[in-house]
Design a protein around this ligand. Structure first.
Ligand SMILES: Cc1cc2nc3c(=O)[nH]c(=O)nc-3n(C[C@H](O)[C@H](O)[C@H](O)COP(=O)(O)O)c2cc1C
Length: 209
């Protein structure tokens, strides 16, 4: 997972990661809300995200997945810019920009004033964005944002994700991933799902019936 403060930095870091025998896939983070420059600003403008995608693809032989920010009005235009730029896949979503205020200090809780919100609160937003992007582009999607159970995994896949990532849930329960993996087969059986890949985007097919 690579972030950068300039186009050159993205290209240099991605080329280095690409050359490593330990790298199977490069996820380009154009969506970090916790820095003042670079990061998210690249992922909120379709032209900039297109430029980063093209530039990184020119120096990488391994699959390049662009990781999108939810802090945009139109996620589809950003996803399409990645597709036009040659991305091999998309990861979404990164954290939503948020903040809290300390009542006693009457000051923002975070040193940075604002920061990235993750966890179960963002799951419906993530699901909606995966749904919209699946309808608009023909790239595999890694879905993430608030996933904390096998049920969430299946929902995300029905919306269009080919794979999922689990982030914040691990901070609450270090065994979250293992527990999700262990409970998936039983849940699939109860829901009559024989092969998990069959459900990718399945909720879209239902809608059109
Ligand atoms: C502590 C923390 C650190 C994170 N660091 C990164 C990062 O370095 N690069 C990145 O692309 N996303 C980063 N994220 C975002 C997560 O990968 C993920 O996109 C987001 O938190 C939503 O998923 P979740 O609710 O499962 O955590 C971070 C999230 C958290 C909570």
């Amino acid at each position: 997972n690579i972030s950068g403060f300039s186009l050159d930095e993205y290209v240099t870091c991605c080329a280095k990661a690409d050359a490593s025998p330990y790298t199977d896939l490069i996820e380009v983070n154009v969506s970090c809300p916790n820095v003042h420059h670079g990061g998210m600003s690249f992922g909120t403008d379709p032209h900039m995200v297109y430029d980063v995608t093209r530039a990184v693809k020119e120096v990488c032989r391994k699959p390049v997945y662009m990781k999108l920010s939810p802090n945009v009005t139109d996620i589809v235009s950003i996803a399409q810019a990645c597709e036009e730029g040659g991305a091999d896949g998309l990861s979404l979503i990164n954290t939503l920009m948020g903040m809290r205020i300390d009542l006693k200090k009457r000051a923002p809780v975070l040193a940075n004033t604002t920061g990235g919100l993750s966890g179960p609160a963002v799951f419906p937003v993530a699901l909606r964005m995966v749904w919209q992007v699946y309808e608009a582009v023909h790239l595999p999607i890694i879905g993430m944002g608030g996933i904390q159970s096998a049920e969430d995994v299946l929902e995300m896949m029905l919306a269009g994700a080919t794979a999922v990532q689990v982030g914040a849930a691990n901070l609450v329960n270090p065994f979250a991933c293992q527990e999700i993996i262990d409970s998936l087969p039983g849940l699939m059986e109860r829901l009559g799902i024989q092969e998990i890949n069959e459900i990718i985007g399945g909720a879209h097919r239902w809608e059109k019936m």
